[in-house]
Each structure stands twice: as structure tokens, then as C-alpha cells.
Design a protein around this ligand. Structure first.
Ligand code: 5GP
Ligand code: MG
Length: 184
């Protein structure tokens, strides 16, 4: 379908149907692992919100939900390496089984920072779920426990992921046309 959102997409990597199918699989696997344990999902704003909303509904579990906002990027397409907390947990996580839900694991700076931070808060366990993994970008040794898709070395948008705050509402995941970067 052609519209002002999809016009800027060079190539679709994962369709809405493919994403839906994969999220159902992840949800079922997580539900199996955490049955009877009341985990606390920690969604990382803003990129994970679409994924998170679908994922927790694919997880028939008693669970809690918290959000955190961190930034390491600004509006550039390369990681700055620094991570800052812009919005923190609203409850004590001591002794809890935490499931961090992230949009994409790239350099690993964000998730290695969050792991240390949440460990220091006394979490009983920390599980990392990332919609996308981009191993080519890795600077820190961090691995995810659950991965939706492994992506090539390209800047991707859609299904929550943005470029300069746009394209989060694209239902699929795709690669942007280079002229979009040059325009802004
Ligand atoms: P890391 O700290 O692992 O380098 O990066 C994590 C964050 O970088 C993600 O949460 C996301 O905001 C941003 N990021 C990394 N690669 C991409 C990409 O290909 N597309 C988009 N939209 N964001 C990315
Ligand atoms: Mg993010």
C-alpha cells in the first residue's frame, strides 16, 4: 500500500503478518518459562511500546508492567555510547523476576547499562527480550534471551522504531530510503 509513510521505505524486512507470527511464538515461550512466577515486564520507551503491547497480550501470565525511558541517541543514527535515564521505575524491583523489553539491541550500550542498573536495584533475575538484534553493531558483550529477528547492518524503522521520531506507527519493519536522512 502506498501512502506518505510507506513512500519513504526502501525495503520491507518483515511484514505485519510475519511480525505477528513471531510475537505470538515469543509470547508463548516466555509464558512457558515464567508460568506461576509473576514476572515484571520493564518496557523501554519509546521504541518498545508497540512490541510490548502485542507481546504481553501473547503472554497469558499474571505479570506486572513498568516502563523506563533511557536515551543514548538524540536524533542521530549512530550510538553516542552514553546512556541517561529520563524516566525511572515507579516501584521496588527487589527480588523480582524482570523481563526487559527492548526494540533493538545494537551496540549493547543501553542493555548493558540497564542490566547493571537493575541488578544494583536487587532484581532476582533479569531476562532480555528484544524485537530485533543487530549483532554487527555490538560494542558491549550483551546477549538477549529472546530475539524476534536478527537484522542486517542497516538502520531500520517501523513497529515502534523511529527515525527522528517518525515511522513508529508503520505496521511493518523496513529500511528507510537514504534520501530521507539527507532531507533532514
Ligand atoms: P544500543 O544501545 O544497543 O546501541 O542501541 C539501542 C537503541 O538504539 C535502540 O533502543 C534504538 O533506540 C536505537 N537503534 C539502534 N539501531 C537502530 C535502528 O536500526 N533503527 C532505529 N530506529 N533505532 C535504532
Ligand atoms: Mg530504544
Amino acid at each position: 500500500m502506498k501512502n506518505e509513510l510507506t513512500n519513504d521505505i526502501l525495503k520491507v524486512l518483515y511484514t505485519e503478518d510475519e511480525i505477528h507470527q513471531r510475537v505470538q511464538e515469543l509470547g508463548a515461550a516466555i509464558a512457558e518459562e515464567f508460568a506461576g512466577r509473576r514476572p515484571l515486564f520493564v518496557g523501554i520507551l519509546k521504541g518498545s511500546v508497540i512490541f510490548l503491547a502485542d507481546l504481553i497480550r501473547a503472554c497469558p501470565l499474571l505479570c506486572d508492567l513498568e516502563m523506563m525511558a533511557v536515551s543514548s541517541y538524540g536524533n542521530a543514527t549512530a550510538s553516542s555510547g552514553r546512556v541517561r535515564i529520563n524516566f525511572d521505575l515507579q516501584q521496588d524491583v527487589r527480588g523480582r523476576d524482570l523481563i526487559i523489553v527492548e526494540d533493538i539491541l545494537d551496540s549493547g550500550n543501553t542493555l548493558s547499562f540497564l542490566k547493571d542498573y537493575l541488578n544494583a536495584k536487587g532484581a532476582a533475575s533479569i531476562t532480555i527480550v528484544t524485537l530485533l538484534d543487530k549483532p554487527s553493531g555490538r560494542q558491549k558483550a550483551v546477549t538477549a534471551d529472546y530475539i524476534g529477528f536478527t537484522v542486517p547492518d542497516a538502520f531500520v524503522v517501523g513497529y515502534g522504531l523511529d527515525y527522528a521520531q517518525l515511522y513508529r506507527n508503520l505496521p511493518c519493519i523496513g529500511v528507510l530510503k537514504p534520501e530521507v536522512y539527507q532531507k533532514t
